[in-house]
Ligand binder design. Sequence first.
Ligand code: APR
Length: 229
Amino acid sequence: MAKIVILTGAGISAESGIRTFRASDGLWEEHRIEDVATPEGFMADPGLVHRFYNARRAAAAAAAPNAAHRALAELEQDGRHEVLVVTQNVDDLHERGGSANVIHMHGTLTGALCHSCGHRWSAPAEMAPRDPCPACQKPATRPDIVWFGEMPYQMEEIWTALRAADLFVSIGTSGNVYPAAGFVADAGHAGVPTLELNLEPSAGSRYFDEARHGPATAIVPAWVREMLG
Ligand code: APR
């Protein structure tokens, strides 16, 4: 059974109404990335960071999976390929679109993490700095999101899957943030064919064996139809 590893980024959720990160003004929903997506930003103003992610959580809950999410689920459910989705997205639109085999390398909006004892639990709709950890009771809760300067989750598992893959596909990511931006080179070194599906050429577009450009809801279902014959 052919093994396909699919990396996704903000571009796959854009047509569900969730804004991508690298808008032309360099801000993310009117905030500097340093203020809302770094451990230092959280230490400086945890209230602001919680309010920011509370709003992202509400936006993700109000959004619906689109045809690109659903097409990847169809590819997995068809059963002829072994599909692993590695997403940089913190929304749960892949799961709600029907994908089961998903790694959230940058964490999820639906998770809470205690930065004192490391306990994880389901995030409530609204989180605040004084919320106690259900395990150690310390007021040390944070969103279970991987911020800049932190190690993404499940990297060993991802690299093992990448090296063993028969195809690597990158969808809707600008190729600016490592280690995900390096997956195309990792796959290439292992002799794995690589395909980019993005609105426009990404920063690493030239490293892919093939690149197709257009909106995800058009080019992802078209590619899946090809794969399923
Ligand atoms: N269809 C396909 N691609 C799209 C669409 C669309 N409808 N709309 C936008 N894109 C593309 C853009 O052209 C861009 O290349 O999606 C990409 C989005 O890039 P970013 O906003 O940089 O998002 P991403 O690559 O996921 O960011 C990586 O950076 O901010 C951190 O941790 C955060 O996971 C995030 C990481």
